[in-house]
Design a protein around this ligand. Sequence first.
Ligand SMILES: [Fe+2]
Length: 254
Amino acid sequence: MSCHEAHGTWFCRNEDREVLVSEGQAGQLHYALFGIKGSEEWAAFKLKTRALRTADLKAYPELPDTAMGFIDPDQNCVVFVPESDLESPTQRPSLATNSDPLPPAASQHFALRTPNIQAMVRFYTEDLGFILSDVVKDDTGQLKACFVRGNEMHHTLALFGAPVSCFDHQSFETPGWHELKDWADHMGQLRVEIVWGVGRHGPGNDVFFMVRDPDGNLAEISSEIEMCDASRPVGEWKHEERTLNLWGKAIMRS
Ligand SMILES: [Fe+2]
């Protein structure tokens, strides 16, 4: 990614992916940004959320005037913008040039840890309209994780039950297995250790590996994620390592 600073925030960008870094407590979400495709879909989203209290977005001058923000039960700020109001790649400053030999890695999903998973999943599905793809439950039937989507991709957001509320990871989609290997080789050359994977998640069925940034946040390279049609029933998984990694070990958040 290429980086520039504005209004006290670092904007790190490459084609189809962007990460913002601002000063503050490590492991917390600055805000999450979703683009909504199509004017009819935007109007439907505004109608659905009309009774919700919107967040004050003055602290984020980079956002277009049409942006609508909401505060989730864990106090994370999630922002929605008509996709047509997002800057196109050519408008973006400091975009990496074609000399970058790495394969594409577009923003795919992100994940949060939460001590309030029931309230969080209710907020994201019932209030904001995300669709529940899969849930993970323990032997007593308690919800431990859930995966929600905004389009056909299996999850845009994953929620993991945990003792504290914090950011968990951001994931970047690379076109296939060979490109995932190229990213792993790149990490190896930089001596950035792969801390989890290569593996395959149960929910979403994506092949993945994860590294940590200097603050300890996980960053994931992912491929082959499941695409869901509207009639897909909600899947249910057992809370065990195999669910989070069909090939072996998992990072258990609780
Ligand atoms: Fe992930």
